[in-house]
Write a protein that binds this ligand. Structure first.
Ligand code: GLN
Length: 487
């Protein structure tokens, strides 16, 4: 039986002949079929994946060198363009639309011989925290099917959690990689803004969006990052900064670290007391291991979620204006005599789901004359204060730790009637998107309710290497270091 541990081990096994890419793809196709009730995938490319596997098996026989992701079975979220394959952002408005080019990230995966096995379900236009806002229906958390996997990259998280691929690409605008990773008990990285090209990523809020990576361990995530990161002529925000080398991630982060946490975050009444206790317990362990861990006052905690929702909905209302029933996918069946405005209205009313419509309206409102300064300008000012604060923190500290989410995975339906409660649960993740710094969730803990949860770690912008090094080290040292064992 094939068991997957890491890309590195898989490559050793491929080279010593104990496994082939074909066996591996067959294994994952069978796993996907046997867990189809989870609804993690919206498309599976069985024939294509098997053909690619066969070609790779042949190329090894021919003695050709291995690409960095040779035979690595990967899934991509339904917001990432894969040429000639359907991409819908989980929305009816993109029904029957196929990508006409590859996202840069996809192009780079393929160039290193990855096998894209399918497309994962997500909240419509990546708006949500539970994966319940998808035109393809909800995704179930594989550890407890009465719970959500988190969102918006819920299908991506479950595809790794349930062993339905090795690694997965998601997107993170306000937590959509880290929070589902936390709810599902896997690793989820949101790189710095600008680290990975957004070319071919369907935009939600362009100054926040980043492609992120799910994996079972940190070195796998680092390997995928090394491949997809870096400057890109198609995205001027993609940085020229050196891409962190995956091979350096397993070397010691070394020296005692100076670690900060936001006092108000750990004191927040919204935080599950058990999560608080376990993170405080971890802080004691970090100190015992020679690191300094200090509280930092964070007077802006109550403002970050409002600032995030004002700015992202504003950007979304503009980004989503292109979906008008003319250019892509879905088109409402209106009376031939209807004028253009009526036609737009019918297509957009019918094509978008409720959450997306709520955000387009909210975004249009905060940008409208008379309200612009009160909301949009104000939120931008808050964003600048947060950037200043971040600079201050990283002048003094190497890393910042926070919970990833205030609770473990919600029950299905629990938050659907109360969008504000759902938004507030993003309290710990939106900070890194507002400031552009990298953040990761690593699965360190189990709750007494039987669900996993993670620790969120952040470093300064473009300091992914130290982020990944210390995450790897802490995964080895503190995994399941909390009060509860894996059930
Ligand atoms: N839950 C957040 C939202 O609904 C985050 C979404 C995301 O990161 N794509 O906006």
């Amino acid at each position: 039986m094939f068991t997957y541990t890491s890309i590195q081990q898989y490559h050793i096994d491929l080279l010593n002949g104990s496994v082939t890419c074909t066996d591996t793809v067959q294994h994952f196709l069978a796993a996907i079929a046997s867990r189809s009730n989870l609804n993690a995938y919206t498309q599976v490319f069985a024939t294509e994946a098997l053909e690619k596997a066969k070609a790779l098996d042949q190329s090894r026989k021919d003695g050709k060198p291995l690409g960095k992701l040779h035979g690595v079975v990967i899934s991509i979220k339904d917001v990432i363009s894969y040429k000639d394959h359907a991409v819908s952002a989980g929305s009816k408005i993109l029904q029957n639309f196929s990508a006409i080019y590859n996202a840069t990230a996809v192009e780079r995966l393929l160039a290193e011989d990855a096998i894209i096995i399918g497309v994962t379900n997500c909240d419509e236009f990546a708006m949500g925290s539970t994966n319940e806002n998808s035109a393809y229906g909800k995704v179930l958390n594989a550890l407890d099917e009465t719970r959500v996997p988190g969102g918006s990259s819920g299908g991506a998280a479950v595809s790794v959690q349930a062993g339905l691929c090795m690694v997965s690409l998601g997107s993170d605008t306000g937590g959509s990689v880290r929070q589902p990773a936390d709810f599902c008990g896997v690793v989820g990285l949101k790189p710095s803004y600008g680290r990975v090209s957004r070319y071919g990523l369907i935009a939600y809020a362009s100054s926040f969006d980043q492609i992120g990576i799910f994996g079972q361990n940190v070195p796998d995530v680092a390997q995928v990052l090394e491949v997809i990161a870096g400057a890109d002529e198609y995205d001027s925000t993609a940085t020229e900064e050196t891409v962190p080398a995956a091979a350096s991630v397993t070397t010691e982060a070394g020296k005692p670290l100076r670690i900060a946490y936001f006092r108000e975050a750990l004191e927040s009444p919204a935080l599950d007391p058990e999560i608080r206790e376990n993170i405080l317990g971890l802080i004691e362990k970090l100190k015992a291991d020679g690191h300094t861990v200090s509280p930092v006052d964070f007077e802006y905690l109550d403002y970050i979620v409002p600032a995030y929702y004002v700015l992202t909905t504003a950007e979304a209302s503009s980004n989503l204006s292109r979906f008008d029933g003319v250019k892509y996918g879905f088109r409402a069946d209106v009376d031939k005599k209807a004028d253009l405005i009526e036609f737009y209205k019918a297509s957009r009313s019918d094509g978008f789901g409720w959450e997306v419509k709520r955000r387009i309206m909210l975004g249009t409102f905060v940008l409208s004359a008379g309200y612009y300064d009160a909301y949009f300008t104000k939120a931008q000012q808050v964003r600048q204060l947060l950037v200043n604060k971040t600079n201050m923190v990283f002048n003094q500290f190497d890393a910042l730790i926070l919970p990833t989410a205030p609770s473990t995975a919600f029950k299905i339906g629990e938050k659907m009637e109360d969008p504000i409660a759902m938004y507030l649960a993003d309290i710990f993740t939106v900070f890194s998107n507002l400031t552009g710094i990298p953040g990761i969730s690593i699965p360190l803990f189990w709750h007494s309710n039987g669900m996993p949860y993670g620790l969120q770690i952040m470093t300064n912008r473009f300091c992914e290497l130290s982020l990944l090094q210390l995450s790897h080290q802490w995964m080895q040292r503190y995994r399941f270091a909390g009060q509860h064992e894996k059930p």
